[in-house]
Design a protein around this ligand. Structure first.
Ligand code: FES
Length: 224
């Protein structure tokens, strides 16, 4: 008696090693979604990148004290000059006098307003509060929001995102930020103030306290 060869019958679907039309379409869809995701990511980074770094990294010329006062007439009165929308240029003696005038006697200053020429004590060897001009980076050291101009009520810089607060020379006084506001190196050459925006210095550590010893509960604020 002869034996019949055993078979599995008809097998449906593509042969081993071949891809079905549905599988092919699925794979193509996955590749398409992947490409679109990469393009979206690249576009987002390209859109945001100039806002973070544009114009920074080189020597930025501010001009003489008179030039700065033309651009910010209240600079001799202690209101910081917003340069290229990214940096606060602070006339420190004037800013200290402005804080003193608005602090109901809580802060004292040894000069009176206006201060048209703050001087040239700019180097890192000069203690922070004794420098004549400081260039503070407006990018909040907490999560990077842009810090607005000085708050009228407190005469501090107050970040509206999460409430970090800094004195007018960038020392941290309140909120979640890990340190004071970062700053750029200042240069004075031939009567002209310049910023070396390639040299950024971390803000002072929490707890530093110089001319403005007020605490967060000592006055009204702009940020909660
Ligand atoms: S980003 Fe300024 S406090 Fe959070």
């Amino acid at each position: 008696m002869s034996m019949q060869p055993y078979t599995y019958g008809e097998v449906h679907g593509p042969r081993a090693g071949e891809m079905s039309r549905r599988g092919f379409m699925r794979r193509m869809l996955g590749v398409g979604v992947g490409i679109l995701s990469i393009e979206f990511l690249a576009g987002t980074v390209a859109f945001l990148w100039p806002n973070i770094r544009e114009g920074l990294g080189g020597i930025l010329v501010l001009g003489t004290a008179e030039d700065i006062a033309v651009n910010q007439p209240e600079w001799p009165e202690g209101l910081p000059y917003v340069f290229q929308s990214k940096i606060f240029v602070v006339n420190v003696p004037a800013a200290k006098a402005r804080v003193a005038e608005n602090s109901s006697g809580q802060v004292e200053a040894d000069v009176t307003l206006p201060v048209p020429d703050p001087g040239t004590d700019l180097g890192p060897e000069v203690p922070l509060a004794d420098r004549s001009v400081v260039a503070l980076y407006r990018k909040c050291p907490h999560l990077g929001c842009q810090v607005p101009q000085l708050c009228d009520q407190s005469q501090w810089f107050e970040c509206l995102c999460h409430g970090s607060k800094y004195t007018v020379i960038g020392e941290k006084r309140d909120g979640p930020a890990p340190r004071g506001m970062d700053r750029f190196a200042m240069i004075f050459e031939d009567g002209v103030y310049k910023i070396d925006s390639g040299q950024i210095e971390d803000g002072p550590p929490i707890g530093s306290e110089t001319f403005d010893g007020r605490g967060p509960t000592d006055m009204p604020h702009c940020a909660a």
